[in-house]
Design a protein around this ligand. Structure first.
Ligand code: SF4
Length: 361
């Protein structure tokens, strides 16, 4: 029996057919409604002209098109749009997630060597409401986990983002740890790839790299690209910077990345937030070189953007480039991601700051 408050995407295709038939339509009308929303981006039943008028009215009354609701929309100086979406209350608890639309860069001058400038808009989505990982430099992690998102709530972020503009690629680097809600994410990405037309290689999922979960994910025929947030070459420091992984040696994380490459044939990107005076010294760069020696991978270096109330600073000017150069000398492909939108999104906890207009570079 269908719950009358479930949104269209909260129904499986089979359930939606049953619901549509119960409302007086034919089974194929369910496929039309789903296609209008997912493929054509139609956000109003009234505009779904392939459906009979009576069915449009019945659906509008009985099946909300979306379960998430836009609460606020903030447009930064660089045109990045941050959407705050309210999820349906569960157990009387409200929760929100952030989804960020990052338009392509409009360069005013040639980018410095080693600086990436993405082409086409990128959508950054969240996999959980809140985050249980607790990285001390990240505002998202401070309050802990509110709840996991359902698959359709993840898909609805793509629907909301596409309503802002076309999406060329996506990063699952918003709030949350994707591997801790992997089944929902995997189901959502199937819809995004197959029904919304965003190519599988255009989606990157960023994780802190739980080895056992990564091993299972690698064997689930994943279609996305993988990024692992490493943040330091030192075990004791990683225990502090990524508390949920305390006790898991960096070697185990790197071995899981190697296993991912062996199983999927796709290289891993390692993400490294450069925290001023904490993990951005030459010693850190040297030790990272030793950690990554012999591995086919790339490194994204993300200069930290200070967060009010958190005791971390931006790296000194020149430190990110020096760090990158040290990796490059040793043959490790590294990029400093600090120009804007997407680049700030490369570290999940960093995204919200710049999307809110705090961009400094
Ligand atoms: S940086 Fe990412 S993994 Fe760490 S607490 Fe923030 S959202 Fe979670």
């Amino acid at each position: 029996m269908s719950d009358p408050v479930r949104s269209l995407l909260a129904h499986s295709p089979q359930e939606l057919e049953e619901r549509v038939v119960a409302l007086g339509g034919r089974p194929f009308h369910a496929r039309i409604a789903r296609r209008e929303l997912l493929t054509n981006g139609v956000l109003d039943y009234a505009a779904m002209t392939g459906l009979p008028g009576s069915l449009r009215e019945a659906l509008a009354a009985a099946v909300p098109l979306l379960s998430t609701r836009e609460v606020t929309r903030t447009t930064a100086r660089d045109r990045t749009v941050k959407l705050l979406l309210a999820l349906p209350p569960r157990d009387s608890r409200e929760a929100t997630v952030e989804t960020v639309y990052i338009p392509p860069h409009e360069p005013t001058s040639p980018p410095p060597e080693g600086t990436a400038t993405p082409k086409g808009a990128t959508l950054c989505v969240s996999s959980q409401a809140g985050c249980p990982v607790g990285c001390p430099f990240c505002a998202s992690g401070l309050a802990g986990l509110a709840r996991n998102l359902d698959a359709h709530e993840i898909v609805e972020q793509y629907v909301a983002g596409r309503a802002v503009g076309p999406i060329a690629r996506s990063v699952v680097m918003g709030i949350g740890e994707p591997l801790l809600n992997f089944e929902a994410l995997r189901a959502a990405l199937e819809v995004v790839h197959d029904e919304m037309g965003l190519g599988a290689r255009k989606v990157t999922v960023s994780t802190v790299g739980f080895p056992d979960r990564l091993a299972r994910a690698a064997r689930s025929k994943p279609r996305f690209q993988l990024a692992i947030s490493l943040h330091t070459p030192d075990d004791d420091q990683r225990d502090e910077l990524v508390p949920a992984m305390a006790g898991t040696p960096i070697d185990a994380v790197l071995a899981a990345g190697d296993d991912w490459f062996a199983v999927t044939g796709r290289e891993v990107t390692y993400e490294y937030v450069l925290l001023g005076g904490v993990n951005d010294g030459t010693g850190h760069a040297d030790r990272l070189v030793r950690r990554l020696a012999g591995r086919r991978c790339t490194v994204n270096l993300i200069p930290y953007n200070p967060t009010e109330g958190l005791p971390y600073a931006r790296p000194e000017s020149g430190a990110p480039e020096a760090f990158r150069a040290r990796l490059a000398e040793s043959g490790i492909v590294a990029t400093v991601r600090w120009s804007r939108g997407l680049d700030s999104a490369a570290a999940c906890g960093q995204l919200r700051l710049r999307a809110g207009g705090v961009t400094t570079n």
